[in-house]
Structure formats: structure tokens, C-alpha cells
Design a protein around this ligand. Sequence first.
Ligand SMILES: *Cc1c(COP(=O)(O)O)cnc(C)c1O
Length: 494
Amino acid sequence: MVKYFSTRGGGSAVSASEAVLKGLAEDGGLFFPDHIPALTKSLKELSEMSYQDVAYEVMRLFLSDYTEEELKNCIRNAYDSKFDTEVIAPLAYAGGAYYLELFHGATIAFKDMALSILPHLMITAAKKNHIKNDIVILTATSGDTGKAALAGFADVEGTKIIVFYPKNGVSPIQEKQMVTQRGENTFVVGIHGNFDDAQNGVKKIFGDKEFGKLMEESGYQFSSANSINIGRLVPQVVYYVYAYAQLLKEGKISDKEPVNVVVPTGNFGNILAAYFAKNMGLPIAKLICASNENKVLFDFFRTGIYDRNREFVLTSSPSMDILISSNLERLIYLIAGSDAEKNKELMMQLSMSGKYEITTKMQEKLQDFYGGFADEAETAKMIRSLCDDCGYVIDPHTAVAACVYEKYKAETKDGTKTIIASTASPYKFTRSVMRALGKDEGEADDFVLADRLSELSGVKIPEAVEGIRTAPVLHDTVCEKGEMADAVRRYLGI
Ligand SMILES: *Cc1c(COP(=O)(O)O)cnc(C)c1O
């Protein structure tokens, strides 16, 4: 039975289902398994399995208090026709690398991989732990996560989801995606304020003891769907195992042949999942961590110093515009030798001064990682050259990864076969992509641009874009930033 501890040492061990329900440990640390389990099926056996079966084989090892029936049920409900391909996460070969397409879910970005199963893991966890309350997910979003969470939780019985977004702070397509969200249990509110106001408002409601009491009396309790929940991390381990197994099945690699993995990184969740896969025994050689111009992680891997004190840059890969990569804490804990005290000390420094430095001994344990970054011009050039050479169009996040991989190869001459995590469909960032291809004439709206991209790439416009073109607006609530708690109360009728 795998138990979970806080990376800061506080509190007692909890089961996997309790960790999924709690999200964050009480002392502010992240839950970490007492050991990383080894794969119990051979790579050969895994190569014969469907995505869903691989998901079961991987997830059962981490979520060991879920029964076989419970977990299989969660998997069945998550990885179904919401995805536009039966293989869920296909591989495409282009420009000397295998692109692992993680964008075939409801919102055409990789967060669907985890957010389509998290709601099911949560309600199962609630049942297992005899919680009668409905789970209310409260989220502030700057655009993408909110929609992915809405899509994941929509019509999941026993849950409600409330999303706050800055009314004038998201793109027109992002807003349209959210306000057209179906589902009896969904509630989307625009606020007069920016993303920080939305975030602070949500934190305030979470921390309000009186509000919590009122919720409890009315049969509700809050939970959070953010990326530090192990219920988001564990499902992300699956697709690395699946990708390797598929390459083996297709004879692209031999059994146990090492491969590199390149991940466009923001919060460090996706690449951490690849590191977990490696620690389970998957033959991964290098983990290549790709950053955009917000290159905190690149500097960290180079120097051992994590320093968020710098200018925040807005880029064409907004989901990687992050200065504090919250999931990095799990890696820090691990390379500190599972020393919670040491980790806590560094995290305190981070919150006090925005900076910490790891020891030489810890740095030596980072040999598996390589950090790189790509600036805006390099990213655009990468999109264009891959399209010109292979006819394959990638989004700006994936292009950051592809570009860092090119730099890595030039620097190291490493010829190991490589998987690049492709985290968003080019249709999610149509304007940036068309601009990179030199095809943005400036005036066309995003849907017209999508039509042009389709003509150019020969790839059909995904339902996630096509569907909202004409979809009716179902949410039109707007409130002041000081009125968020009232909006929640009114929606829940409490
Ligand atoms: C969230 C996101 C990332 C970053 O993933 P992390 O797990 O936060 O490192 C990269 N690309 C896209 C498109 C994303 O939505």
C-alpha cells in the first residue's frame, strides 16, 4: 500500500484517495508517495495493451487504495469519446523526433489528459472516505485551466464547478470556450479585475472558516483541481509509458532501448511525471526541460540557484509564463534525499526572498535533466521550418520544446531517439501559429484564421474550435472582485 507524506514533513501519512481529496497537505507541502513503485508488467506486455489498460497498470501502483473496479471505472469514464482518437495519445514522426500528441481531448491541450480523470478519482475518493457532501471545485483561471476543469467536471454527479476569470483578461476564444460550457453543475463568472484579483478572491473564500461551516451545513465542501494534486500527476505518468510501448510495438525501438523525453515546461508537472516514469523503470535517458523566455528553470539547472526575482515576460506560449514552478518542490524533496526539513527550509527561502540555492550534492542528482530555453523569434522560426520541411504544424509551446531539442542535439551530438511532448493543438493558438507561418493578415478573426490553417495543414478543425463557433452563450454572470463569495453563495443557494 503506497502512503503519501507532505514534502514539508507535517501531518501524518494519508492514503492515495485522501491525498486526492485534500490536494495540498495541511502544512502547505505537496503529497509525495513513500516510494515510487516499479512497473510490474514488462515493456513487451505493455506494448500489447490499449491506452486504458496501460493507464490501469500504471495508476493502480500509485493509487493503491482504489479497488480494481473503482479505478477501471474512473479510467473508462475519462478516456472515452471525449477524445477524438481511440489511441488517446498518438505519436507523429516529424523532423527527426516523435511528437507525443497530448491534445486530442475536449479542450485540445494536454491538461485534458489529467483533468478528464480527476473528477472521477475525486468522487470515488469521496465515496471511499464516506464523505456525503457534494464536492465544489473553485478555480480562478487566466484562460486554459478553467476550461479544461469545466470540461472535466461537467455533469459529473456529486460535483459542482465554479470558475472565475478576469472579464477583460482572457482571449475572445478562451472566453467563448468558457461561457458556452454546458453542464447543470457548471458556473462561470467574469470579474471586474485581473487574474490576481480572481486568484486572491478564491484563496480568501477557501480560507474563510465561517464560509466553510456554512458549506458543511448545506452538504458541500470545497476541493481544488490545481496541478499539484496527485490525482493530476499520476495520470500524466501513463502517457510516457504508453508512448514507449507504442514505439516498441511498431518496431521503432528495441526492447529496453533508452529514449530521451523533451517537455515544454511551466509548473513542472508534466516533466515530473516523465521523471516518475523513469523511476518506475521506463528506459528514459535524458529529461530535457524546455522553457520559454521565462527561463527560471534553465538557470536553475545551470547554476543550482532558483531565482524568481526577474521580469515576467508575456510570450506566445502563455501556459509556460510562470516564475514559480510549484511541482518542482517534489523534485527538490527527492534530491534532498527525501529530507522534508531541508526542503521546507528552501521553500521558506523561496517565499521570503523569492530565491534559494541547492547544495552541490543535490545538484549532482540532477544529471538526468538538461535545461534549455527558446526565445520568441526562435520559437516562431521552429514552427515555420518544421512546417516547410515536413508539413507538420505545431503550437508555440511544442515549438519551444522542439527548438530546445535542436539546441541540445547541436551541443551534445546525442543521437538517442527522442519523444517530444506536444502539449497543445496548433488550433488552440491559431493566431501565433499563423503569424509564425507568415500567414496572418491582421484583420481576420480567429475562426477565419482556423479555416486558413486547415487549408494549409490539411488537418481538420477540431470539434473544440468548430463547436464554439455557433454555440449559445450559457453563462453571463459578471461581478465585482469583492462580490465573489456572494456569487458562490447565490449559485449554491446557501
Ligand atoms: C500547462 C501547459 C504546459 C506546462 O505544463 P506544466 O505541467 O505546468 O509544466 C505546457 N504547454 C501547455 C499547452 C500547457 O497547457
